[in-house]
Design a protein around this ligand. Structure first.
Ligand code: EPZ
Length: 434
């Protein structure tokens, strides 16, 4: 398995291009199942999770072609055309779903378009139990008959068409809102989703569905009204920039006391992260192409953080902020309210000299003057990148194992950081250097 080796301590200076949002793309791609016409998606990131979703969709019978010219060594400039003219298979098999939980997002569209679906239950995950009960309850309210058999959700719709319903989510769920939104777009009558997720990726999906002919009101609010339509048509849609990739490189600038311009990034999507960065002492300024984050003349101070649904502080930035707080002056309390097991990076950061005590859902971080490099390993995507960030700030060598987690969510991470002066390299599986 590939590893990443970092020699830390260099302030990063330069420019980093921000790609399309992974979590928006993973909801937009299954939306192609809702129409027999072509959905063209541009600004898709080039990531392992996107390939997994493409594999899943192709085994449902979706035909795909990647057109246009690649720029910046990634997928920028390329357009993925997805056409679900004939859905030949409505089963999402365990082998694909276990690789990526977002596979469950085919359930709503398959039920709406075909009236049946069999989707493997994703099972547990490194950051929590992550059930999909709220997705299933919403679809049942819309008339689906659902059973769990042999590890699969087996669902059908008596009469063939889902019906509009009043769905009240007892807690905010991004994937649950997305599945219900897609199902409701083709249901008979009106669906109201109360306590809907307001994440920008959910709004991106809603905008794309509207471009496909869906009737949705209330975007960006906690209540969505969807008038089901008879059919949806093809559309061209560009994925919004990744706010978590943006926030991660913003932390890279701050943790190395550097200065990085984030090109193509949208500042309005990360206001809660910006607030924390500014409070701890970083400077953020608009540029013509995005914005820059600079911490080169400042000492940073600890700030308290609590993760919350959007527009609150994102759980997907919690690990990165913990790495930053580990190098700030004073103490910081970090509270995780979304996932029950999202502190797996703590023991690894501790191996690099971070002082962190976890009490239930909260962690007290006491900043140290310097972290020290160490071999580390992580269990999920954001935990992995927090260790890369810590390695960039640490004295000496850090080797991050299990890089496949990073490749699921960060495109060319080592190239982007090296372009800003980081001493970072990928050690390929089997290299003598290992
Ligand atoms: C999405 O996951 C993201 N994934 C996650 O990104 C992100 O951390 C999360 O939203 C929260 O922002 C994608 O968009 C592909 P939820 P999702 O449903 O939709 C509980 C990353 O690193 N819940 O909003 O699965 C659940 O267990 C990742 O990119 C139920 O109890 O998250 C959690 O505690 C990881 N029953 C909370 O709700 C359900 O049926 C929020 O989960 C659904 C969720």
């Amino acid at each position: 398995m590939d590893k990443i080796r970092i020699f830390g301590g260099t302030p990063l200076r330069g420019v980093i291009p921000i790609g399309g949002a992974k979590n928006a793309a993973l909801a937009l791609m299954p939306a192609c199942l809702l129409t027999d016409e072509t959905l063209s998606l541009s600004n898709l990131p080039h990531l392992v999770d996107i390939t997994t979703m493409a594999n899943l969709l192709s085994q449902h019978g979706v035909s795909m072609s990647l057109n246009g010219h690649a720029a910046n060594g990634g997928h920028t400039g390329r357009v993925l055309e997805l056409t679900a003219a004939n859905i030949s298979n409505t089963t999402a098999p365990y082998d694909l779903v276990r690789k990526m939980r977002a596979s469950v997002l085919v359930l709503g569209p398959l039920l709406a378009r075909c009236g049946q679906a069999k989707v493997s239950l994703p099972g547990g995950c490194a950051i929590g139990t992550r059930p999909v009960d709220l997705h299933l309850k919403a679809l049942e309210q819309m008339g689906a008959r659902i059973q769990v058999e042999g590890g699969y959700v087996v669902a059908d719709v008596p009469g063939g068409r889902l019906k509009g319903a009043h769905v009240v989510f007892p807690q905010v769920t991004v994937g649950g809102t997305e599945n219900t939104l897609m199902a409701a777009a083709l249901a008979d009558g009106e669906t109201v989703i109360a306590n809907a997720a307001r994440e920008p990726e959910v709004c991106d999906l809603a905008h794309c569905l509207i471009a496909m002919g869906a009737k949705i009101d209330g975007l960006g609010s906690g209540t969505l009204h969807i008038q089901g339509v008879e059919r949806l048509h093809g559309a061209q849609y560009s994925v919004l920039p990744d706010r978590i990739e943006t926030g991660t490189y913003a932390v890279a600038a701050a943790i190395t006391r550097g200065d990085i311009e984030l090109v193509g990034a949208r500042r309005d999507l990360m206001q809660s992260v910006e607030k924390v960065l500014v409070e701890c002492g970083a400077v953020i300024e608009d540029t013509e192409r995005g914005f820059r984050v600079c911490a080169d003349r400042t000492r940073l101070t600890g700030v308290d953080i609590m993760t919350e649904p959007y527009p609150g502080f994102p759980t997907d930035m919690q690990a990165q902020l913990m790495a930053l707080m580990a190098t700030a002056d004073g103490a910081s309390m970090i509270t995780e309210t979304i996932f029950e097991n999202r502190f797996m990076h703590v023991p690894e950061l501790a191996r690099m000299g971070a002082r962190v005590n976890v009490h239930g859902a909260s962690a007290i971080v006491r900043g140290v003057p310097k972290l020290s490099g160490a071999p580390v390993m992580a269990t999920d995507l954001r935990a992995s990148v927090s260790l890369v960030l810590a390695g960039l700030a640490a004295e000496g060598e850090t080797v991050v194992n299990r890089v496949y987690h990073l490749d699921r969510g960060y495109e060319r991470v080592e190239e982007k950081l090296a372009a800003c002066g980081a001493r970072i390299e990928r050690i390929k599986d089997g290299d003598a250097a290992e």
